[in-house]
Design a protein around this ligand. Sequence first.
Ligand code: NAP
Ligand code: MG
Length: 492
Amino acid sequence: MAQVEKRPAVVPAPLEWEYAPAPEARDIVEIRERYGLFVGGEEVEARTGERLTSVSPSSEEELFEFALAGAEDVDLAVSAARSAFEDGWSAIAPAERAKYLFRIARILQERSREFAVAESLDGGKPIRESRDVDLPLAAAHFFYYAGWADKLEYAFPNRAPKPLGVAAQIIPWNFPLLMLAWKIAPALACGNTVVLKPAETTPLTALLFTDVCRQAELPPGVVNIVTGDGTTGGHLVRSEGIDKVAFTGSTEVGKLIMRELAGRDVRLTLELGGKAANIVFDDAALDQAVEGIVNGIYFNQGHVCCAGSRLLVQESIYEPLIQKLKRRLSTLRVGDPLDKNTDLGAINSREQLERIEALVASGEEEGAEIFQPECTLPERGYWFRPTLFTNVAQSYRIAQEEIFGPVLSTLTFRTPEEAVEKANNTPYGLSAGVWTEKGSRILWMAERLRAGVVWANTFNRFDPASPFGGYKESGFGREGGRHGLAAYVRFE
Ligand code: NAP
Ligand code: MG
């Protein structure tokens, strides 16, 4: 009988693997020095004559200049949208409208690498996310709503849906192209025309999208893009010619818009902030939960309205879970957004970085314990280490306010009832996560959590067929799915 070779008594330490840089090519996207507004199918200069500059948050390099639209510019864009609506877009055969949306979806797929690089350069998010999440989902939204364009009677049986007219759409900087797709695709599918205002720090992909509209031969004026800052958004909301406002951004500005529209015949949907609870029960698969927690709060540097920013852990598994989480945080790679190995990119702007720093400082002052893994941050640009707070009380600002950064606050609970009560103890209600082996407990929790979306044993999953939206101060109205159509139709 052959003798079995004896194993060495000492197991060698695992090799420390180093990552080689894996940068995505930047030259796939051509960025011009300067961009105008997109009105009536043409690029025009702003009447204000004023311009703003977009910087890359990972290098602070100035990327390009873009126009600051004033009241007159916004009114011209709204008139162009009105003409396009009346001159044909609302009346063409729905199956024809669908063809344009399909074309846009196809072009986005074909140009997805270029758009992904543009998104990462202008906004700071890792290429891995813009390439694998933002771009495929943006294209999927256009595909999905293309499919509905000629089936609206089936979405609303016996109710003869009609388009609203001109939709004013204001989007934030955290998912620039994806939010554009969420807004434009359902509006166009229902026969509306749009004027869209991207955020001041991330207008690039919306500006490149004007080229997609031309390539798709979309009739002039169906999509208009007005760049600028918050004042441009204000002009758009006040413009006389609009029939609807769709807004995604802060609760503060959402309230301003609602006040502005009171008494006017303008429809409104608001998608605002959140402070989601990610709840882990003691029977959950812990390693999977750790991955879900990390994805829930560190995805997109935590610039996510539905981020799982409050971790609620059942007391009996608190120690091992926090140990695993800390170990996992130490493996996250922070740095160049264009490197394919990067997990956390740059914070979107200096302003946002300062807001995060102030809230984190308040957490330390109030008595929470902070953990940040060792990592070297690039010298230039806006960066923040992935951060974990333990020993957090419900009253602390870091447990109450939306940080919108890579910062997780941990609380504990003993019973499911206590978990529900703590999870719902927030002015927001956008999303929640539940980690448990028991299906019955998932349903029990989902019934009681006051959140628009409840993920079970996963987090931050999106699909164009699934509606998304909030309760309470997270806003109202739904985007995505058949529900998303309702925001863009009226019934006679
Ligand atoms: P924000 O001010 O609400 O910005 C959202 C959009 O509204 C941007 O296009 C912005 O333009 C525009 N805007 C600003 N003031 C306006 C006004 N008075 N009337 C009409 N439009 C206006 O959000 P932010 O300052 O970028 O971020 C602040 C906080 O909002 C974050 O820390 C986070 O808590 C929350 N937030 C939530 C979401 C979300 O997805 N729910 C997204 C982003 C931010 P400019 O960007 O050009 O100023
Ligand atoms: Mg920028």
